[in-house]
Design a protein around this ligand. Sequence first.
Ligand SMILES: [Ca+2]
Ligand SMILES: [Ca+2]
Ligand SMILES: [Ca+2]
Length: 181
Amino acid sequence: MTSAVKSRKFSSMFDWFDQDQDGQLTQLDFAATAGVFSRAARKDDHTNIRAIHTAFDQWWQLLLEHADTDADGQVSRDEFITVMEDNVTTEAHFEPAVMTIADAVMNAVDTDQDGVLSLEEYVRLYDTLGVEREVSTAAFRLVDRDGDGVISFAEYRAAIVEFYLSTDPDAPGNHLLGPAT
Ligand SMILES: [Ca+2]
Ligand SMILES: [Ca+2]
Ligand SMILES: [Ca+2]
């Protein structure tokens, strides 16, 4: 099912992943993106940094397999939006592709390893991603659904699921990558 809300989300995601901004996604873009997320981890946290790189690489392989129809090793914006809707967000692929990345990132960002994300940890992630503090602080409040001042794994996963699967323009998970578009 195509929806304008999802297409917009995936399109802004494309811009974000296209780290060298040449209008095509390649393995290099994904490696660069994994590198950006890795900077939110503690420098000596080799386990989670490796997990992030592995998870992004798996996602890239999935995109290559299903999206790169002309087999040139590049995925265009249209190919990306189509594959996100038709393959990545299907039940068979969502857990292994998306949630593997989500879990790896959450583990890495939880630098004091207390099992939840504090505002400080969350804002630090978005600092790394170039999102302004005001924006990430507002997003934190939305993702912290029970308002206990921390983001649990469950709240984080709920936001990810919403970001990818919801067609509701007001879903809190839409703010996951910064300002809703
Ligand atoms: Ca690119
Ligand atoms: Ca924490
Ligand atoms: Ca909470």
